[in-house]
Design a protein around this ligand. Structure first.
Ligand SMILES: Cc1ncc(COP(=O)(O)O)c(C=O)c1O
Length: 360
């Protein structure tokens, strides 16, 4: 039997961290995780004719993800040697930190933003530098560059559009930073399918740009497929630390077929974007609610009694995300765009809850 002091074994940087938290509350309407409400169309899966036997599950997957990388490269107009596939784009964030940062280095990002940049950095002893966003959840290049200058960060992360605020930052500000920053710039375009805005074209002029994309927001969250587009030299170095079989056969085969037959997914994306605009308008009409503009598949809004409203909605079967623990997001909730029925249920429960003095 062993009963050693496990606490003394864990690195201090890890002990300080809190695990990324996802509410595992069993609600009928799940609008908390920025997923698509639509699974891949069954007829599409069926028409792809994928049989379990084709998957050859007794064999290791293709470690190079070649077919998937070629399909992705074709879709976004790059070469396959500029593409790397991750087990979700999360994994690529981790690998980028591994290849560009030593313990004690710094990485910077606007704040509030996607929590994983900071969590992964801290886990590696890398200092996260959070540059505050202005009241429009934006920044100027001057302000950002002035704030980061004393720390000389190795990597800048821009969630574009930004999770959780929903907006794309000013493209001019990003462009000016791209023109002037001498380190690695990661444009995390996890929600690009909804914003239709991208910096991929800038990769031809700037070898320090890395663009990350995810299939998690367009119906494939369960497959865990994200990808990075970068200069072949960066891809080559990512491949040195990427685990050889980081992307499994099922994910590679299904996502490759879906990307090669994108029009049905495109229809779902259009439906989500339309619903987002409808939901924004409907939320803006509720006097107690302040809505922030969104280029994504989710909407950030502020109310007076956010905790009470969050609880009431949860009790009534509608799960959204409570962001109030961040000091800049007091009173803020984030709702993912669902199906029309889910959004209607969310809206009607919101109105009911806000009409109740307990939530006023
Ligand atoms: C901005 C941003 N980047 C990356 C991710 C991670 O996506 P994936 O599921 O591909 O790991 C998310 C997930 O919420 C996100 O919001």
């Amino acid at each position: 039997m062993s009963n050693i002091d496990l606490e003394s074994k864990v690195r201090p940087a890890i002990k300080k961290l809190k695990a990324y938290h996802v509410d595992a509350i069993d609600c009928e309407v799940q609008l908390h995780a920025n997923e698509s409400p639509y699974p891949p169309p069954p007829e599409l899966l069926h028409s792809l004719g994928i049989q379990l036997g084709d998957l050859e599950l007794n064999r290791y997957p293709d470690p190079a993800c070649l077919a998937l990388r070629e399909t992705i490269a074709k879709r976004i107009g790059l070469a396959a040697n500029q593409i790397v596939v991750g087990n979700g784009s999360d994994e690529l964030i981790q690998i980028l930190l591994q290849i560009f940062c030593e313990s004690g280095d710094c990485v910077a990002f606007p704040d509030p933003t996607f929590a994983m940049y900071s969590i992964i950095a801290q886990s590696m002893g890398v200092e996260p530098l959070a540059v505050p966003l202005d009241e429009n959840w934006d920044f100027t290049a001057d302000f950002f560059l002035k704030n980061i200058a004393p720390k000389n960060p190795k990597i800048l992360f821009f969630s574009y559009p930004n999770n959780p605020t929903g907006n794309c930052f000013s493209a001019d500000a990003i462009q000016e930073i791209v023109e002037n920053f001498p380190g690695i710039i990661v444009l995390d375009e996890a929600y690009q399918d909804f914003s239709r805005k991208t910096f991929v074209a800038e990769m031809a002029r700037h070898n320090n740009l890395v663009v990350l994309r995810s299939l998690s927001k367009i119906g494939l969250a369960g497959l865990r497929v994200g990808y990075g587009a970068a200069h072949p030299y960066i891809v080559e170095n990512i491949n040195k630390v990427r685990l050889p079989y980081n992307s499994n056969s099922v994910s590679q085969i299904i996502s490759e077929k879906l990307l090669a037959n994108f029009s049905m997914i495109e229809t779902q994306i259009e439906a989500i974007t339309k619903e987002r605009d409808r939901l924004m308008t409907a939320l803006a009409e509720i006097p107690e609610v302040t809505v922030f503009p969104s280029d994504s598949n989710f909407i950030l809004f502020r109310v007076k009694e956010a905790d009470a409203l969050f609880k009431t909605l949860t009790d009534r079967g509608v799960l959204i995300r409570n962001l109030g623990s961040h000091p800049r997001l007091t009173g803020c909730l984030r709702v993912t765009v669902g199906t029309r029925e889910e959004n209607d249920r969310f809206l009607s429960q919101m109105k009911l809850a806000l009409a109740d003095p307990a939530n006023a």
